[in-house]
Design a binder for this molecule. Structure first.
Ligand code: ADP
Length: 841
């Protein structure tokens, strides 16, 4: 139940008096005052009318005539003189009164009255000497006096009468004054009644309006009540002193109070937890002083609140303020978010557990892959050494198979390592200048053996002007392209695989196109996912872990690029890789043409490695090349030996008991020992870019990745950067060549090779001459030379010749030209490989 919900309706407009109302009020007041004045006037005029003074005056005037008659009747010869004199004095006194008394003032202002009075006064003044004379004289003048009396008699009569006339006129005037005033009073009363009528009308209208407003307000209040009663959020309204004015049913439910128990109480004491009281009170105080409102009108905030039972729980609240005639009010909308918080915590916990699980899975995979690599390394190393010893052709084949399986296993393990590293965010691009043409040529060469086995032509070329040097991560790029070209060759029989590379606007695009089996549409969507392989019979035949493309995609992303595929079943597939790539300057160390071959004298080498097999393999490799080798079984022993003896080179394993490779290197560098300045090369299974930097920072000169290849070791030692015979496998089929060698004998082999070389070079010269070339002739020549190449086991060269033959037959001139262009270099390398292998056999 909401109490006093109506107060929620803020009414900031104060009752104001309208101009019309003010006018009516003032007019009413004026009319009332006028009526009061008029009533007073009427009353005083009537009073004046009713006063007796005029009767008195009239009586005095007529009395003056009577007294004059009294005086004049005594004027005769022999009259009683004393009586004459007394009567004269009475008349004199009467006239004196009329001349000076206040009551006659009004009469005296009348000119006629005043003139008559003056005449009588003058007469009295003339007569006084006669009266005041001696008795004798008075008696003697009696006749004279009688004459004077007769003279003035008319004037005395006139005086007596004029007074009457004036009073009659005055009475008339006063009556008409009263009548006028009464008329005015009647008019004023009529005006007052009209004003009252208007006021009544106005009040009736006002009352109607008020009633309408009241009903509207009642409706609004009812609506507000409904909203508040049904709101799921608790609503609490307080005044600016923090006193609770409203407490909605939802608030009752959330806090466990009844509204009537908390209304009028201080909000802070009811719902704010004790540890937040100080802050709440300070905030209220700040707001009261008109200061900054930190929570009001700032949207939803999350805080803690206190229930009736004292328990603390999280709430989400929004506070708004409003101005009402009673002052500011604050409306808080609150929601209990205990469940939401619990859900969040559960989710975070689940996520953390999942991350931890994922992490431990990655760590397990990384550790296992690492652990598998170490013994594999030993196996492959020993195999490599074994193949350097005299073995029969059969044994060599077995060993080759073992080596192939071993390398395949190693590549699977590396794939798993790559994925776990990428997924744990540890892979980053190592940008450096890369020669794209060399890189692609290497890949094409390495795949040409396989391509020729599949009877597939394999070529590459620039689309648009060549941009040999770009900035990229050489290893990753090679990995990606090798995978795509390898797949294309693997899935294309008697067809064609071509790689087109184009560079434009700091972006390089590789298109690997094949005319192979194609990829089913449903597989195209998943092909870059982990462990996805096709279901076709050939897929099963070639095997594969289904990780190749997923790793390629990861690496492409590391390089900031995109990879996609388009394929039509039965027609072939095109994989496209687009990468950001800026132009780079050619760098001597990366430019293989500038790589000078440095052959070095026998060196004194210290191997610091705890794994016995690894030590054995490296020692054998080094001793085979004539170097002097010493061995240390852990880091500390390595440090001791390096202090005692001067070595040219120290090969340092990284993870070792007692003292690890990094610390051992630092100690050797920091000591004044005999080998403090020796070249130190790290031996590690983790050749990540970041770690490489770390090794160099610890004082190492270079890093070699296990499993160690003889060629890498030689390169690192500053020897000729020539691949070991087994590295020619991409160019030469050893088994085939060895068979030929065994059949014809070494001497004849070299003679035949020299003769064949002559033929090849002749053909190359012919192909490069300006002569007009006939396609049929090219096909014939290529076919002939390819036949001999097969005899020597020069697989790559043979494949190229066959693709030339095919292109010539098909009339594809562009491919013919491309094949002719690559022939001289390919022959040069094939010839070198053949002679070297023959020499070591
Ligand atoms: P793997 O590492 O086992 O070679 P990939 O991820 O490289 O696996 O390839 C997955 C699958 O994609 C292959 O099993 C094959 O079915 C299909 N595939 C890849 N490239 C080609 C291609 N050029 N032509 C036809 N199928 C292809």
């Amino acid at each position: 139940m909401i109490h006093k919900a109506g107060t929620l309706v803020a009414n900031p407009t104060k009752t104001r008096i309208k101009p019309g109302q003010a006018f009516i009020a003032v007019a009413g007041l004026v009319v009332v005052l006028a009526i009061a004045f008029l009533a007073w006037s009427v009353r005083s005029e009537i009073e004046e009318l009713s006063s007796a003074s005029s009767d008195n005056v009239q009586w005095s005037l007529s009395q003056s005539e009577v007294e004059f008659q009294e005086f004049s009747s005594r004027i005769r010869v022999g009259a009683d003189l004393a009586g004459v004199r007394r009567r004269f004095d009475i008349f004199y006194s009467r006239i004196g009164t009329v001349s000076t008394a206040q009551v006659f003032e009004e009469l005296r202002e009348d000119p006629e009255f005043s003139a008559t009075l003056n005449k009588i006064q003058t007469w009295l003044d003339t007569t006084v000497p006669y009266i005041d004379a001696s008795d004798v004289e008075l008696t003697g003048n009696m006749p004279r006096l009688a004459g004077l009396v007769q003279d003035i008699r008319p004037e005395v009569r006139k005086l007596s009468n004029s007074g009457l006339g004036i009073f009659a006129r005055n009475a008339d005037r006063q009556r008409s004054d009263v009548a006028r005033t009464l008329t005015e009073l009647a008019l004023a009363l009529a005006a007052l009644i009209a004003a009252l009528g208007l006021s009544v009308l106005h009040l009736v209208r006002l009352n109607k309006r008020l009633l309408r407003k009241e009903s509207e307000q009642r409706q609004t209040a009812t609506r507000m009540n409904t909203v508040l009663n049904t709101s799921l959020d608790g609503v609490i309204v307080s005044d600016d002193a923090g006193q609770i004015l409203e407490f909605s049913p939802a608030a009752e439910e959330i806090f466990g109070y009844r509204a009537q128990d908390v209304i009028g109480h201080e909000l802070g004491a009811i719902i704010v937890p004790d540890h937040m009281r100080a802050g709440h009170d300070a905030g209220m105080e700040r707001m009261r002083k008109g200061g900054e409102k930190r929570v009001v009108g700032k949207g939803r905030v999350q805080l803690e609140a206190k229930r009736a039972d004292g328990s603390i729980f999280p709430v989400e609240l929004a506070i708004q303020s409003a101005v009402t005639p009673q002052g500011d009010i604050f409306i808080a909308f609150l929601r209990d978010i205990t469940q939401q918080k619990a859900d969040e915590a559960e989710l975070v916990d689940a996520r953390d557990k999942a991350i931890a699980g994922e992490k431990s899975r990655s760590e397990f995979l990384a550790t296992m892959s690492h652990e598998i690599r170490t013994p594999l390394n030993g196996l492959l190393g020993n195999l490599s050494l074994l193949r350097d010893t005299p073995v029969s052709t059969k044994q060599d084949t077995y060993m080759r198979n073992m080596e192939t399986s071993g390398r395949l296993l190693l590549s699977h393990v590396s794939d798993v390592l790559d994925i776990t590293r990428y997924d744990s965010g540890k892979v980053s691009a190592k940008l450096e200048p890369v020669n794209i043409s060399d890189l692609l040529q290497d890949i094409i060469d390495s795949q040409s053996g396989m391509a020729s086995t599949q009877e597939t032509t394999l070529d590459w070329g620039w689309n648009g002007p060549a941009q040999h040097w770009i900035t990229s991560d050489s290893d990753r790029l090679q990995h990606v392209l090798m995978n795509l070209v390898g797949n294309a060759v693997k899935f294309t029989k008697r067809g064609r695989v071509s790689v087109t590379v184009g560079w434009e606007n700091d972006q390089i695009t590789f298109e690997i196109e094949d005319t192979g089996a194609g990829i089913p549409e449903d597989l195209q969507d998943r092909i870059f996912d982990d462990f996805v392989t096709g279901n076709a019979a050939y897929d099963r035949e070639v095997g594969g872990s289904g990780l190749g493309l997923s790793i390629a995609k990861r690496f492409v992303h590391v390089l900031g690029g995109e990879i996609d595929v388009a394929s039509v079943m039965g027609e072939g597939s095109t994989f496209r890789v687009t990468l950001p790539a800026t132009k780079a300057q050619a760098t001597p160390q990366n430019d293989r043409d500038n790589n000078s071959n440095v052959a070095t004298a026998p060196q004194r080498v210290l191997i610091v490695e705890d794994n016995e097999i690894n030590r054995f393999v490296v020692r054998e490799m080094l001793q085979a090349d004539g170097h002097h080798v010493s061995e240390a079984h852990d880091g500390q022993q390595g440090v001791d030996m390096a202090a005692a003896e001067k070595f040219d080179l120290i090969l340092m394993d990284i993870s070792m008991p007692v003292l690890d490779g990094r610390s051992a290197t630092r100690r050797i560098r920091e000591s004044n020992g005999a080998s403090a300045h020796a070249r130190i090369i790290a031996l590690t299974a983790n050749a990540m870019a970041a770690e490489r930097e770390d090794f160099l920072a610890h004082g190492m000169n270079d890093v070699l990745t296990k499993p160690l290849r003889k060629s890498d070791l030689r390169m690192a030692m500053g020897e000729e950067s020539q691949p070991a015979p087994k590295d020619f496998s991409d160019l030469v089929d050893h088994a085939h060549m060895r068979e030929t060698l065994e059949v014809v004998g070494p001497e004849k082999f070299h003679k035949l090779l020299a003769r064949y070389g002559g033929e090849v070079e002749q053909m190359i010269a012919w192909l490069h001459s300006d002569a007009r070339l006939d396609r049929v002739e090219i096909a014939q020549q290529a076919h002939k030379i390819a036949g001999s190449a097969a005899m020597f086991g020069a697989t790559s060269f043979r494949a190229k010749l066959l693709s030339l033959e095919e292109a010539a037959k098909a009339g594809e001139d562009a491919q013919v030209r491309a094949a002719i262009a690559t022939l001289p270099d390919l022959w040069k390398r094939s010839k070198k490989a053949l002679s070297e292998i023959a020499l070591t056999e």
